[in-house]
Design a protein around this ligand. Sequence first.
Ligand code: UFG
Length: 324
Amino acid sequence: MRILVTGGAGYIGSVIVEELLRAGHTPIVYDSFLTGHRAAVPAEVAIVAGDIRDTALLTRTLAEERIEAVIHLVGLIEVGLSVTNPAAFFETNVGGTMSVVRAMIETDVKRLVFSSSAAVYAEDAPLPLREDAPTGPTSAYGASKLMVEQLLGWVAPAHGLICTSLRYFNAAGATARNGEAHAPETHLMPLVLRAAERDESVSIFGTDYPTVDGTCVRDYIHVRDLASAHLLALELSAPGVTIYNVGSGTGYSVRQVIEMARAVTGRALPISERPRRGGDQYATVATSERITRELGWRPQQSDLRTLLATAWAWRQAHPNGYAE
Ligand code: UFG
């Protein structure tokens, strides 16, 4: 299949592109390169540089590249930033997706795989989270993802679109080729590994949550396992919106992540306890039974040691990230 990957130069997108190539598909990357990296895109992959809200460019790209499916990853992702600058999140995440959908309608492209998030769920939803658990985002980031799912719920049946919304839990880990290099970096694992490299301390945001050790619990999913869910979703054929959680089913606290990082890196990693970070939910853990049952998806690399070890190996091999 010829597949447009928006955000294909980003952390998750670059690994999806790797997996698409491996499976014999033809990915085409659409990216603004504001946060994506050209070096993350293999030389044989066509690149279109553009803003996601440029509907004319998207429409032209879908037509000229004879696109059969879109994997739409472009979006602002920092939960904390979305609390202080919510408008930007609605513009890029909701407005940007509408632009993709409009271009798809214009060009009769039917398949869409959308990057949604665990951040759509209500804080008091029972764990592990099922897809039918109550939603109730605590950040504009989560709200923007939920709005997209809702708008797809109206648009997909009206236009015969086959949409899959994958609710990512916390992407982590690396392949040999691609890893996590955000600027600024806000995510726990890369910050912990950076602290290990520099012999610095690690901040823990909040130590008084009602969890096993007072720190937030997250369900970390290896980026390659996440990528494989997208490839399976491309095979769906029922019009409408199908929602799947993509998580490992196991939660780890911030302290547990740091403890394992000490084991993997051999560094001391002293801790600096900080106040809670705005917008954080105290615990998110998935059940991914639905995608396992319906698409046969199973995580292969999402145990805590492998997540940290693969990310650590990538950092050691790429000490300057993508800035070669
Ligand atoms: N944290 C620290 N110290 C740090 C960085 C993070 O204690 O230096 C804590 C955070 O407060 C949070 C946990 O580690 O409790 C995980 O934080 P991340 O920023 O790594 O991830 P989030 O859970 O906030 O968000 C991520 C993605 C979202 C996605 C979400 C799904 O950024 O896009 O996971 O759960 F929606």
